[in-house]
Design a protein around this ligand. Structure first.
Ligand code: AMP
Ligand code: MG
Length: 425
């Protein structure tokens, strides 16, 4: 029996025990939907470049000068003019001057000038012979090899040309960019203000660190995973703690958070059994835009808005929280932050070391261990514990094995797509 042969009512009667849910939205469609509701948070500010690491540029940077802005020596050596040398060596030239970086040599430069790295190439000279290649006697140098014109000369504008766009709007500022900006004499830049992300955990059984656990309670781990994930994205974080499954408290906290933040993330309380609270409150104070995603782990996901504030309700199971964050929230936060282009999470092909169980119907993100075998081939195996509550296996894994909705079971040796965690998790 294949899913295609089933009628809609038969499919629905399979209920939540099945991997196929006709009302669920595909991962791709959900992403497209979310994207359509996102606009860059446009508030901008001017900041000194030394504070700009990992901020997002709000205007392109155009060079107002050449870098370097004068021809200079790439080596410590002797500046000469190639036209004044015969074709064959050895050559002997008089040392007619000496120039350090930061100085300009005036006067007679006709023969050879002792020059330091970064020093202005004296007028009338066009090449530098490294000092290792010359012998010095009685204020004269001797060398055998004729240099090419412009050899060891760094030309004006060879790094950056005046008028050139060196950084695009939307760029996430990297360490090298700070140096690049400084090389152009730029002291301050315009960046987007950091987006403000508020978050809280929900659940009567969830306990904040520092308390003693009673039977039936668990420590709040999601908030800490989220803190880690959000710090990686360099957003401004606002921690609202743990809120019990209580309508009034949830409503109050959502209102408070939406007054302050651009985005609210909650974990827990969006699965079928208990969805009503958050759904009901969101309907009352804002809007809820969709509810179920055909993915595993992480099926229940709420996206909505409270005024201008975006809302993501992530499932409470600790692995589901991380997977839904990685697949949906990360991209949304980057878009809102003004970053462009959004770096895609690359998919790599790796060969299965062991078969994988999978039923068609949902996109699965299985936790896997990726390795390169002795011949350099990419291999991967799924971890045994794929339960959405098993955070340990998230920590043991180094990749997701991404299995498309329609995919069934997989044999050993077939190639699958993987997303490496790299430094994200
Ligand atoms: P829920 O999505 O609220 O139905 O929660 C699903 C499962 O995840 C339950 O076993 C919860 O106890 C657990 N859970 C929910 N929130 C958290 C949290 N913040 N930290 C650790 N476990 C949680
Ligand atoms: Mg709960």
């Amino acid at each position: 029996m294949t899913l295609k042969n089933l009628s809609l009512s038969q499919l629905m009667s399979l209920g939540t025990s099945s991997d196929y849910d006709p009302h669920a939205m595909s991962v791709k469609k959900a992403k497209t939907w979310i994207r359509s509701f996102l606009n860059v948070v446009t508030t901008k500010e001017n900041i000194p470049i030394q504070d700009a690491l990992h901020r997002i540029l709000a205007q392109p940077i155009i060079a107002s000068m050449h870098v370097p802005n004068y021809d200079n020596s790439a080596m410590d050596g002797y500046a000469v003019h190639t036209d004044r040398l015969k074709n064959e060596g050895p050559f002997t030239l008089k040392i007619t001057g000496k120039v350090f970086a930061g100085n300009v040599l005036q006067g007679n430069t006709k023969e050879a000038v002792h020059i330091m790295t970064g020093a202005y190439i004296p007028e009338g000279l066009n090449a530098v012979i490294p000092q290792e290649y010359v012998e010095v006697h009685n204020k004269k140098i001797t060398f055998n090899q004729k240099p090419h014109p412009l050899q060891n000369v760094r030309l004006r504008g060879e790094d950056i040309q005046i008028g050139q766009t060196i950084l695009q709007k939307g760029r996430l500022i990297q360490p090298c960019d700070l140096g690049l900006l400084a090389s152009l004499g730029i002291e301050t830049i315009e960046v987007y203000q950091k987006i403000k992300v508020a978050f809280f955990s929900t659940g009567d059984e969830i306990v904040t660190l520092g308390n003693t656990l009673k039977v039936g309670q668990v420590f709040d781990s999601n908030r800490y995973s989220l803190i880690g994930l959000l710090r990686r994205l360099h957003v401004e974080i606002h921690d609202f703690g743990v809120i019990p499954d209580d309508k009034a408290s949830i409503e109050h906290t959502l209102k408070k958070a939406s007054a302050l933040a651009d985005v609210i993330i909650t974990t827990g309380g969006v699965s079928v059994g208990e969805a009503d609270y958050i759904k009901e409150i969101l309907k009352k104070i804002g809007e809820i835009l969709f509810w179920k995603i055909s993915m595993k782990p992480g099926r229940p996901l709420a996206y909505g808005k409270i005024g201008a504030c975006h809302y993501f309700g992530l499932p409470g199971n600790p692995v589901s929280t991380m997977v839904t964050f990685y697949q949906f929230v990360r991209e949304a936060l980057l878009i809102l932050s003004g970053q462009e282009p959004i770096p895609a999470i690359p998919l790599i092909k790796a060969q299965l070391l062991e078969p994988i169980k999978k039923a068609p119907g949902r996109t699965e993100f299985q936790r896997g261990i990726f390795l390169q075998d002795a011949t350099g081939q990419f291999k991967v195996k799924a971890l045994k514990d794929q339960g959405s509550g098993i955070l340990r296996s998230m920590s043991e894994a180094n990749c997701f094995i991404v299995l498309e909705e329609s995919q069934g079971p997989l044999e050993k040796d077939v190639y699958v797509d993987i997303q490496l965690f790299d430094s994200f998790f």
